[in-house]
Design a protein around this ligand. Sequence first.
Ligand code: AMP
Ligand code: MG
Length: 531
Amino acid sequence: MLQPLDKALFQNSFVEQMRGEASMDQSPRQVPGYHYSRVLPTPVADPQLLAWSEEVAAFLGLERPPERGPAVDALAGNLVTETMKPFAARYGGHQFGNWAGQLGDGRAMSLGELMATDGTPWEIQLKGAGPTPYSRRADGRAVLRSSVREFLCSEAMHHLGVPTTRALSLVRTGDEVVRDMFYDGNARPEPGAVVARVAPTFVRFGNFQILAAHGEKDNLQALADYVIRRYYPELGAPSPAVYVQWLEEVCRRTAVMIAHWQSVGFVHGVMNTDNMSILGLTIDYGPYGWLEPYDPDWTPNTTDFGGRRYAFGQQPRVALWNLMMLAQALIPLVEDVQTLRAALDQYVATLNETQHRLMLRKLGLTAQTAAEEDAALLGALPEALAEAEADMTLFFRHLSHATPSLISHPAIEEAVLQELLEAVSYMDAPEKHQKLRQWLGQYAARLRQETAAPEEIRAGMLAANPKYVLRNYLAQQAIEAAETGDLTLLNRLMLVLKTPFDEQPEHDELAAKRPDWAREKPGSATLSCSS
Ligand code: AMP
Ligand code: MG
């Protein structure tokens, strides 16, 4: 039976089991000695529900609320029910490679946990519900722009099969929030919003780092034990050996997440250690983007244009660096530091294995021929795609459709090749297509060694290569419309991105190559952390 959120029974394991400040003082400050601070959301003018994830709601046993009313008030922070014990977590982190000290939930607060229909507890967290002790000099708010982006993308990622936090609701606050989107002195008021996001826990690498940095060993161990007992119960009772196994498992899960990002062309944009989930979930959707022309150097984040630390091709390396920082924070818990080093090896092993497996699937190949030959074929693809400026999503989708024809003709027909290249490449110059043409020839030869029927191979590829992703300019168009009160595109994207592997021919235009006008447009091609 579904119930309204304002009648739901919340549990508060983090508040009850971790160490929290008793004071409700929400002024910005350092909070040494604690895992979290109890907080209260700051009410907003006129909460109105804009979007609702039916699937997440059903999983949590929640009924869809009307546009305004007590449930939406709770989703905006205007109503705190009796069983909610809102808290903001204390964490630190490395930002762009530098230790930044205490960061913490500056504009996020968890209301508590709801028991899902499968019997597991899920934390409900409001993003943008007002200041906390961790807000530093900022306002604790979020704009509609960034909230639409987080809501749409986290759900889209889930439906693509990428490990991620989820989103339950998007609420417009009725208040305005002033933001200088590109830090260029052009601050302007924007509509404010609150997203309710959902995950088993929002604990990040940075929660452990801040405790290690302050020498709070008891708190460090308590947090590790909490996470292991609740989310890694298969590891057994925490002990020095179990902490190592746990790090190994975090490495594995992080590797699986990164392999998925690389396989769909997702660029997180700001992979600071405070934005790395201890469960290996994609977390904190900010200046993220989707690869359109394949380019390992691409990042949507203007703040990162100098170093391109978080560019697409850097993500696997950065995740390892982040895991090393986590391992460092765990040193006080283990007997032999070398065991942590060995645990980190799991990351590379799992990443390579998963990336290889996902790529074989995308290409319709089964691991039956010489592994080295396949590795060479897969290894040559990125350069060929980059040189042709091929749209990552379109390339794999069109390739899927082309397989029966590639298989049945001994030589690739020029017409098939030409059509494919035209459909996917942003680059007119034929000489830039040379490498990809050559690669396609080798690929077709390899494909012909597969024993499955061509149609079966195609079906497998279509199930591995999405037709629809949240292209940067589409998100931006949905935002601009939503800002004027028009939710048509937002709703349409929500619907289409639920089944991204289905043809849905009536939505073809949402799978089109990025139009020229969107190439340099702020919000479509470039984003900043300011949201
Ligand atoms: P992010 O770059 O979104 O991961 O945020 C980095 C840190 O800044 C985190 O501690 C956030 O809670 C904090 N933060 C970001 N935006 C705001 C805001 N508008 N108000 C308060 N804190 C914020
Ligand atoms: Mg963050």
